[in-house]
Design a protein around this ligand. Structure first.
Ligand SMILES: [Zn+2]
Length: 318
């Protein structure tokens, strides 16, 4: 393979995508009091019965179904006027397609805080698909994948390597127009923990602008997390690594093996979960099966509610 990222993946080998110890951001505490209402509202929109708003909001909902004051003040820059509390406009398809599904677990106020970087702040109960790096020999693959997911009413998160994304600015713009979040995966996919302070800042600054940073290899310690926060980013890792980047017997990991890595993951990894796959692997071709399996198991996918900006609302509403 001529792709630098892929080569690097192979060279560094197994275990490099291991999950990291949780280290919640301190900065989140300030907004945690606002989180409960919008998290509750987000879980309610695809059902007819909305949970009651928490007491501090007075229990009232506005015309958009949002809990009164708290949801309003918790709205992020991406939350435009006229949208519902979860960022949806209520007009786009639900990826569940009206199928029967397992009952949503009761909203737990503890889920609202603190920020869980392995879940990218996902408290929706739904599953977020994420696709990393770059489709080296076929840049347009990203937007074809994006279009397929959009057609199914699914919102995914793409973490593109900055130096490639910069060469094809229309790809980031198109993905966001398709309703997908596009996050920062550094400028050149170096191991951030191995960089000096200035290089670290440059790597983050050279990435796709936004407010979520997926550090290459998922590796970010206290220093990296603090610098990221200083530049306006939260760390966003994953709960399920499909190991799609791994070679098995000299070949790329198969669609079926990738699919099984999600199907066999634990409920805790799936509920509020984030799935890691890559744009250069067989992961995109496994998506149809992965989504089908998750739905059959009673899980719901993050909903695509239309075009998004560069800021991902927190708590992550999907
Ligand atoms: Zn990567």
């Amino acid at each position: 393979m001529s792709a630098p990222g892929y080569r690097e993946v192979l060279r560094r080998g197994r275990g490099r995508h291991r999950r990291r110890r949780r280290a919640p951001l301190k900065t989140v505490a300030a907004v945690s009091a606002l989180v409960t209402c919008s998290a509750l509202a987000a879980t309610a929109v695809d059902g007819d019965d909305q949970p009651e708003c928490p007491p501090h909001t007075g229990g009232a909902r506005d015309g958009n179904g949002a809990c009164a004051s708290a949801a309003r003040s918790a709205a992020s820059p991406a939350g435009k006027a006229g949208r519902r509390a979860d960022g949806s406009d209520g007009m786009h398809p639900d990826p569940d397609g009206g199928r029967p599904r397992a009952p949503a677990p009761p909203a737990d106020p503890d889920e609202a805080a603190p920020y869980d970087r392995e879940r990218c702040g996902n408290t929706s109960g739904r599953v977020l698909l994420s696709l990393d790096d770059w489709p080296y020999n076929d840049p347009e693959r990203s937007v074809r994948i994006g279009a397929r997911l959009q057609a199914q009413g699914i919102r995914a998160a793409f973490f593109l390597i900055g130096k490639f994304a910069a060469q094809y600015p229309n790809i980031t713009a198109t993905l966001r127009q398709q309703g997908h979040w596009v996050g920062n995966h550094s400028y050149s996919h170096q191991r951030l923990t191995a960089l000096g302070d200035q290089e670290l800042r440059d790597e983050i600054r050279g990435g796709v602008p936004g407010n979520l940073l997926r550090p290459p290899y998922g590796e970010a310690g206290e220093r990296e997390q603090e610098v990221a926060a200083d530049l306006g980013y939260r760390i966003c890792n994953w709960t399920i690594d499909t190991h799609d980047w791994e070679k098995v017997g000299g070949s790329a990991r198969s669609v079926e093996a990738i699919r099984e890595s999600v199907r066999g993951a634990t409920p805790e990894e799936k509920h509020n979960g984030v799935i890691l796959g890559h744009l250069f692997s067989n992961f995109p071709d496994a998506l149809e099966g992965i989504v089908s399996d998750l739905k059959a198991q009673g899980y719901r996918m993050c909903r695509n509610t239309g075009p998004v900006g560069d800021q991902v609302p927190m708590p992550l509403q999907c």
